[in-house]
Design a protein around this ligand. Sequence first.
Ligand code: G6P
Length: 446
Amino acid sequence: MRKEGVKIVTIGGGSSYTPELVEGFIKRYAELPVRELWLTDIPEGKEKLEIVGNLARRMVKKAGVPMEIHLTLERKEALPGADFVTTQMRVGRLEARIKDERIPLSHGIIGQETNGAGGLFKGLRTIPVLLAIAEEMQQLCPDAWLINFTNPAGMVTEALLRYGKHLKVLGICNVPITTRMTIASMLGVEADRLHIDFAGLNHLVYGLRVTVDGEEVTGQVLELLADPEKQLSMRNIAPMPWEPTFLKALGVIPCPYHRYYYKTEQILAEELKQFAAGTTRAEVVKKLEDDLFALYQDEQLETKPDILAKRGGAYYSDAACSLISSLYNDKHDIHTLNIRNNGTIEGIPDESAVEVNCIVTKEGPKPIPVGALPEAVNGLVQQIKSFERVAAEAAVTGSYDKALLAMTINPLVPSDSIAKTVLDEMLAAHQEFLPQFGKHLQEMMG
Ligand code: G6P
């Protein structure tokens, strides 16, 4: 780390989430002196990058911190000398997400950004781009940490760890931090008194044990979570109460995304209503983005607007800024991260990504051993891990067979024939962003 301060590069800098990141760095400036924040984006994102970049400059000026904001469309110009690189892009932008949701739903199966068929295609589009970034980092800033928030975070971390040229890779998500904050507020205690032993995969993480000041309260939390009035959910997932007896029997805390697997029918019914009304989550987000960017353009705006909290990814950047500070300051505090398993969870390959609690030091995060997962949750975790591994291989090789396998073994895809129909339609719909499938697509299109 250079003495004169930290250099951060944010790829996908024109994202509407960037003001949260900037706020996170401003708040922590005393402990984490970010001297340069480079926001990079693709040429199609130039306008958004400029709007967000100008807002970032106003925020920094108002806060009176000497943080330089640089904007560029050239990643390679930004990367040299970076200490941390964060990635938050959406390959194919929101239009691609709309297809990820609507095409599966048009065949009567769940369409979602990170799960099922939609998650698979977001991964197929994103993984090659992230692998290229990792390769550039290896050349231009080999000591920097790559901190990925891009979804599907589990699958892309899996690919980066197994196929990437850069080894200092961490995946981060807002589900653990949101879970902790929500449960702390349900219990009426400050979040820093509450500890949750998280283990599993991204968007499939369980709270195995909850303690307040070291005393176990898992049973009490499960009772609270069964109360339909007290939902633990995310903005992007329809709130839906859990079956109290199921929660009690499960004995561990499911994350909001577990609804896709344990309440598949109800979630699908809800999504089909949105599909019919033209209000799938991506369509809602598109509207929200327009509102956000209209606000960001206002020259009077000098802080992060409150409506950003309507996005599902709220607190992302807080989690990321606090992780960067822990790495920089050798804090030895606990963060829940997507990281190489290396025996942390029994039965998952060493080189695969898992989402677990880690002690964060300046040498990097050290995962806290979990051992075996409870019998009743291990099966689903294994199945999704196989899906992520096969999907990552499909993304890297462009193998149609692997893509079909990934689609078919996903538990949200009910049959091999639906898998093939949806796969073919989605490959054609996203072909612009799937160069690795070029040969297959050419043959398919005749
Ligand atoms: C959740 C997830 C994130 C995801 C976000 C989507 O919070 O944890 O991984 O990016 O929701 O939110 P959106 O507002 O885009 O639907």
